[in-house]
Design a protein around this ligand. Structure first.
Ligand SMILES: [Fe+2]
Ligand SMILES: [Fe+2]
Length: 169
C-alpha cells in the first residue's frame, strides 16, 4: 500500500500540473489578445502538455486503486507586460515545478515507494527538457524584445510548433 504522505503529495502534484495547464492558457489568452497567434499556439500546446502530465498522475493513482483528489485551481495571470514577461513567468513556474517534483521523489525514496519512484522519474526527465525550452524561449524573447519586426518573426517560429499530443479526449 502506498504511503499516505506520497498519496497526498501525488494528489497535490496533479493540482500543480493542472495549475501549470491553467497558467499557460492564461499566457496564451494574453498573446491572442495582442494578435501574437504563433506565441498563443505555442503556449496552448504547452498547456496541453501540462494537462497530459496531470492525467498521467491521475491514471497512476487510478491504476493503484487510490483516490484521486481534484483540488481547486487558482485563477491564473492573464495580464502581462510583454512577451519577455510571459517567458519569465513560464521559466519561473517550470523551476518551481522541478523543485516540487524533486521533493516528492525524495519523499518516495524515504518511504521506499518504488512504483512512485519509477513514475516520478519520468517527470524528472521531462522537467529537464521543460526548463531547457523555457530558458531558450526567454533568451530569444529578450533578444528581440525592443524590435517589433523581430517579435513577429519569433511569433512565426513559435507558431510552427508541432504538437506532440492529440487534443485531450
Ligand atoms: Fe508538467
Ligand atoms: Fe511544464
Amino acid at each position: 500500500m502506498i504511503h499516505e504522505l506520497i498519496h497526498n503529495a501525488l494528489n497535490k502534484q496533479i493540482n500543480a500540473e493542472f495549475t501549470a495547464w491553467y497558467g499557460y492558457l492564461g499566457m496564451a489568452a494574453w498573446c491572442s489578445g495582442k494578435q501574437l497567434h504563433g506565441c498563443a499556439k505555442w503556449l496552448r500546446g504547452q498547456a496541453q502538455e501540462e494537462h497530459s502530465h496531470a492525467m498521467k498522475l491521475y491514471e497512476f493513482l487510478v491504476a493503484r486503486n487510490l483516490n484521486v483528489q481534484l483540488l481547486p485551481l487558482d485563477e491564473p495571470r492573464t495580464e502581462f507586460d510583454s512577451v519577455v514577461d510571459i517567458f519569465q513567468e513560464a521559466l519561473k513556474s517550470e523551476e518551481k515545478n522541478t523543485k516540487r517534483i524533486h521533493k516528492i521523489f525524495e519523499l518516495a525514496m524515504e518511504q521506499k515507494a518504488f512504483a512512485s519512484l519509477v513514475e516520478l522519474q519520468w517527470f524528472i526527465t521531462e522537467q529537464v527538457e521543460e526548463e531547457a525550452t523555457a530558458r531558450d524561449n526567454l533568451a530569444k524573447a529578450e533578444l528581440v524584445a525592443d524590435d517589433p519586426a523581430a517579435v513577429l518573426d519569433l511569433d512565426e517560429i513559435l507558431g510552427s510548433r508541432k504538437l506532440k499530443l492529440q487534443p485531450a479526449s
